[in-house]
Each structure stands twice: as C-alpha cells, then as structure tokens.
Design a binder for this molecule. Structure first.
Ligand code: ADP
Ligand code: MG
Length: 216
C-alpha cells in the first residue's frame, strides 16, 4: 500500500527526516510514536501528498509520488488517502452535515443520506444541523473524522487524532478506526499514547528523523 525508500526531508539545514525506509502492507495498522520534533508530522505530510521529499521515493498505492502528474496526485489525495489532521478545520458557516457533503462533492456527488450515516457512525446524528462553533472540540474532531473517511479511502493517515479528546470521544474515534481496520482499510496513526499505539499491529518510533525502534 505504501513504501518509503530512503526518504529525506530537509528544511534548510535541518533534516526533519533522514533516509527513512518503510513499508506498510495493505490492511495493516501502523502506529508511529516519537518525541515532539522527531519528524512524525513531516512523515505524514509526505505520505499524504501534502509535501514532497528532498530525496528518496514515496510510493503510494503503486504510484511514485515524486514522478506523478498533477492529476494523479489530485486523484491520490481525493480517492486514496483520508487525512485526520488537527490543522484541517471545518468550514465555519456550514453545518456538520454540510461539512461532510463538501468532501463528497470534491470526490463525486454529495449524498445527504450517506453523509448522515457517517455522522451516525461517529455518534453525532443529533448534531447534524449544528455549526462548528456550536460543537465541542471533541465533537468537531469527530466531524473531521467522518469527513476524512466519507469517501472510503484505502489509506487513513491520522496525526494525533485523539490528542485532545476526552475519554468518551477518544473511545468513539478509536472504535471507528477499529471498524475501518476490520473492513481492510490501511491505517497509519501517530500517537503519544502507548495504549493507542498498541491497537496497531506494528509500532515505529522516530527519533531525530530516523526510525529508532520498531516493534510488532
Ligand atoms: P513532530 O510531528 O514529530 O513533532 P515535525 O515533523 O513537525 O515533528 O518536525 C520535525 C522537525 O522539522 C522539527 O524540528 C520542526 O521544527 C521542523 N519543521 C517541521 N516543519 C517545518 C517547516 N515547514 N519549516 C521548517 N522546519 C520545519
Ligand atoms: Mg507533529
């Protein structure tokens, strides 16, 4: 599903990733841990086609992203990967339901019934008509999860998806991920919490831009 070959990402003199090689099999759930500044988000940005490596190769669903055309990259971003990143915010003047339908629109056709089902799966059916500012932080994060996954991406990338959620919201999001995993979705999840990491089949630990440890 995903392969990194000796990937380096430099920001000026700073190498945020140093010759990282990694394979993730279809259907695998990989956990990524490591201290702040170790390169976790940089890794996720490269895999999510939000950024390009300074050197090395990223192959996503059979496509080498450095060589892909603009239209191939658009297709990968839209159809193949679902991003659960904290910096992707909801559109403030659209309801929870409409925020999800926007993602459907970019993919294919908006479908209110399917969008509603996605809200149900994250336990927010009764909040469909609320605006983001009328939702708690945890509820907004769950709408983001529903939105990222509405188009059934093959690969879900989550960067500290439960980092600032209370226990109840955390449990709902993690149950949702477990359901995706059971359906064969590939997951790469960045977390600081060993309990969350243990839900994956394999954990890599980044330190100073390198894979310092790998455990099954
Ligand atoms: P993590 O997610 O593990 O906390 P990051 O991948 O965000 O780490 O950052 C890794 C290193 O790269 C840090 O030293 C960070 O300051 C640096 N970095 C990240 N993004 C940029 C950027 N856009 N420009 C310059 N330096 C960056
Ligand atoms: Mg980060």
């Amino acid at each position: 599903m995903l392969e990194l070959e000796s990937v380096t990402k430099a920001y000026g003199n700073l190498r945020a990733l140093k010759e990282v090689s990694l394979r993730v099999a279809p259907g695998e759930w990989l956990s990524v841990m490591g201290p702040s500044g170790s390169g976790k988000t940089t890794l996720m940005n490269l895999v999510g086609c939000l950024d390009t490596p300074t050197s090395g190769r990223v192959v996503l669903d059979g496509v080498e992203t450095n060589r892909a055309s603009r239209s191939e990259l658009t297709r990968l971003r839209r159809d193949t990967v679902g991003l659960v990143f904290q910096r992707f915010h909801l559109v403030p003047h659209l309801t929870a339901l409409e925020n999800i339908m926007v993602a459907q629109y970019y993919h294919s056709l908006p479908d209110a019934k399917q969008a509603m089902e996605a809200l149900e799966r994250v336990g927010l059916a009764d909040r469909a008509k609320h605006l983001p500012r009328e939702l708690s932080g945890g509820e907004q994060q769950r709408v983001c999860v529903a939105r990222a996954l509405i188009n059934y991406p093959k690969l879900v990338l989550a960067d500290e998806p439960v980092g600032n959620l209370d226990e109840d919201n955390e449990r709902r999001v993690l149950e949702f991920f477990a359901g995706l995993h059971a359906d064969g979705t590939t997951l790469v999840v960045v977390t600081h919490d060993p309990k969350v990491a243990a839900l994956g089949q394999r954990t890599i630990v980044l330190e100073h831009g390198r894979i310092a440890k790998e455990a099954a």
